[in-house]
Design a protein around this ligand. Sequence first.
Ligand code: 9L3
Ligand code: MG
Length: 147
Amino acid sequence: MTDAAAQPITRLVVGAAIVDDLTHPTVLLAARRTAPSALAGGWEFPGGKVEHDESLEAALHRELAEELDVTVELGAQVTGPVALDDATGWPLKPGFVMQVRFARITTGTMRLVDHDQVRWLTPAQLYDVPWLPADLPIVDAIRALLH
Ligand code: 9L3
Ligand code: MG
């Protein structure tokens, strides 16, 4: 007999660390959420849940098109503490792990759908916005990679 509760399924989320240049990043994009109310006003890496039968890359391209109306070139992953099948991730909340990839906008003028503000942050400005608590350790990791 199987007990579903004994086999927790990790829901994958993808997030984009959008920077100005993939090889020499100097600024990071932060976006302010508008929903749900518990997260509204918090700043995050844009992204969202990976659909079934969708690759992480496809999910990230889809989420960024949906949320910001942009296309991107993806770069390296931001290595996190959670081991996934072929990558690593960052814990969000019980049952949710986010894989983060660097990204550079290739086309499109940003049109905000799920956010009401974006900011390009220099290393000195990284903590000027109230990041979602789950995203904060990722900001710490990226800080070391910005020039
Ligand atoms: N989440 C946290 N930080 C992020 C992202 C993209 C998502 N940078 C959390 C918020 C939600 C869940 O992951 O609880 C799914 O994200 P979304 O589909 O609501 O954006
Ligand atoms: Mg989202």
